[in-house]
Design a protein around this ligand. Structure first.
Ligand code: NAP
Length: 541
């Protein structure tokens, strides 16, 4: 069916589909649906496209998936015309890629920028979603697609006086558009996750002094970032169809060939050799050293100790190295960081590491930070304190389903979804890379494309069958939630107090949110469900 069918509805305030968010997910979803004749409006809180890459402009921000794979696969022309310049693209390059995509596919005309959606209520009488923006504008849609991102709701430290500091304060996830000059400044940085690990070396090169407040050290592997050789880029471009398929059929969404053995079966020398090789490859590939690395505590201990030995090699002061060495959780069960000169930054004279595990921050004052052990004065504070991950952006919208219950209420004990795509009691609502899907444990672009394609096929199916309603059943949702937990329990992941499990937000229920089954297995499960007349969903007129 084509435009003009029962679903091609748009009078300026009512649409077939409203999409919330114009990052990688929202842009591709708009492109797919509009091409198929659906009327679509995207609402985006930011002033431009890009999502994560619009907001996270801190110095040193770059992807931790190799850029040739951290890109859309849906357009062979786009693949050929865009040329990545570095192994891991920096934020400005990724943002210009997404701006290029928006222009090339003429997407901006259907995106309303600077507009935050405040509420989305399902109206049982009309079978449609009624949405309201923060500015009070109302729109309605048959379907609502939440492309709100997994790491978009920023979190500031929960310490007294967090707003008291008189100087400039920056959150890495809400960095200003203008460059921030730290020259001559005394800078305090709270947090030592991926964002801190990427930004600290840059800040330290500029600032007069940097004090880093660390609660939990992270494991990090060098990026060995470098400009891409044109010959390599040409090879990748020539083999993109096979390379993309390798990504889709992989566990984590990036191409890996060959099956790793298990550390349990390897000798000490073989382990050392394999860890050394993976270290030299750099980045997240380290976790692929052995098949049992995230399952078997002994295999993980060996990997963790290897990584700690590298910290000791890179950091001159043994006490600082010890403080930077994680020991409270298995490596990889918190997101492995990928760095460029992070540990070496602690060899600089102007950098100090402060352990706030032993002497916690008691207060942020007008002039600095007070811990249980000392007082520090600053000109500027940087919060690299992360996000209310996976559920934060959704919970900040008042989303109300059939029973009059909000999604936030429904998820009070932890997120519940079917496939991380749909939620019982919330008909015609789709989540892109929602909790319960591989999402953050994969190359996000691969997972986004898979979800967008699945949702698009589903909407076309409904339109062709002259149906207008789809809802996950309670039983299917319950089974999926149980499966997601069971798969996680099979691994070492639940042993870490990570944001995967909601541990970084006070009062957030501890539920392991992403699905660890792998993007390959998950894709097959989603496809089978669709082929099986959308098993686990109830479809209606
Ligand atoms: P994060 O990993 O959650 O790190 C937040 C840091 O702030 C942690 O060190 C945390 O300590 C600390 N913190 C939070 N609240 C605190 C408090 N009240 N007092 C003291 N310290 C506090 O956040 P992120 O670094 O922004 O990264 C989030 C995720 O975004 C990453 O895991 C990754 O998936 C993604 N990311 C990716 C890249 C990339 O390489 N492409 C770059 C940036 C981010 P605790 O650990 O003790 O809670």
């Amino acid at each position: 069916m084509t435009p003009g069918s029962r679903d091609a509805r748009s009078d300026g305030a009512s649409f077939d589909v409203v999409i919330v968010g114009a990052g990688f997910a929202g842009l591709y979803q708009l492109h797919r649906l509009r091409d198929l004749g659906f009327s679509v409006r995207v609402f985006e809180a930011g002033g431009g496209v890009g999502g994560t890459w619009y907001w996270n402009r801190y110095p040193g921000a770059r992807c931790d998936i190799e850029s040739v794979d951290y890109s859309y696969s849906f357009s062979p022309e786009l693949e050929q015309e865009w040329t990545w310049t570095e192994r891991y693209a920096a934020q400005p390059e990724i943002l210009s890629y997404l701006e290029h995509v928006a222009d090339r596919f003429d997407l901006r005309r259907d995106i309303q920028f600077d507009t935050r959606i405040a509420s989305a209520h399902f109206d049982e009488a009309t079978g449609r979603w009624a949405l309201e923006t923060e500015a009070g504008e109302s729109v309605s849609a048959t379907y609502c697609v939440m492309a709100t991102g997994c790491l978009s709701s920023t979190k500031v430290p929960e310490v007294p006086g967090v707003d008291a500091f008189a100087g400039p304060t920056f959150h890495t996830g809400r960095w200003p558009h203008e460059p921030v000059d730290f020259t001559g400044q005394r800078v305090g940085v709270i947090g030592t996750g991926s964002s801190a690990i990427q930004s600290i070396p840059h800040i330290a090169r500029q600032a007069e002094s940097v004090v880093i407040f660390q609660r939990t050290p992270n494991f990090s592997v060098p990026a060995w970032n470098h400009p891409l050789d044109p010959e390599y880029v040409a090879e990748v471009k020539a083999s993109y169809p096979e390379r993309r398929e390798l990504c889709r059929q992989s566990q984590a969404g990036f191409p890996i060939t060959g099956e790793p053995g298990t550390a349990r079966e390897a000798s000490e020398e073989e382990r050392a050799e394999q860890f050394g090789e993976k270290w030299q490859e750099g980045g997240l590939r380290f976790l692929g050293a052995f098949a049992d690395l995230l399952i078997d505590p002994e295999a993980n201990d060996a990997a963790s100790e290897f990584l700690r030995s590298k910290i000791r090699e890179r950091v001159e002061d043994p006490e600082v190295a010890a403080l930077l060495s994680p020991s409270a959780y298995p490596c990889g069960t918190k997101r492995l960081c990928v760095d460029i000169g992070y540990y070496e930054t602690f060899n600089r004279d102007n950098v100090t590491l402060v352990d706030i595990r032993s002497a916690p921050i008691e207060e942020i004052t007008k002039t600095g930070v007070v811990t249980a052990a000392a007082t520090y004065e600053f000109d500027t504070l940087v919060f690299a304190t992360g996000f209310d991950a996976m559920t934060g952006a959704l919970s900040s919208i008042d989303i109300v389903g059939t029973g009059g219950r909000s999604l936030k209420e429904k998820w009070q004990e932890g997120p519940r979804s079917y496939l991380g795509l749909a939620v019982a009691e919330f008909p015609n609502l789709f989540l892109i890379t929602g909790p319960g899907s591989p999402s953050v444990l994969s190359n996000m672009v691969v997972s986004i494309e898979q979800h967008v394609d699945w949702i698009t096929d589903c909407l076309v199916h409904l339109r062709t069958a002259d149906l207008g309603r789809i809802e996950a059943t309670e039983e299917a949702e319950e089974e999926w939630v149980t499966l997601v937990a069971a798969v996680a329990d099979f691994t070492l992941f639940p042993r870490a107090n990570s944001w995967y499990i909601g541990a970084n937000v006070e009062g957030k229920p501890r539920v392991f949110m992403p699905y660890i089954g792998g993007v390959n297995t998950y894709r097959a499960q989603c496809d089978e469900i669709a082929a099986n007349d959308y098993a686990g969903f109830s479809l209606g007129a």
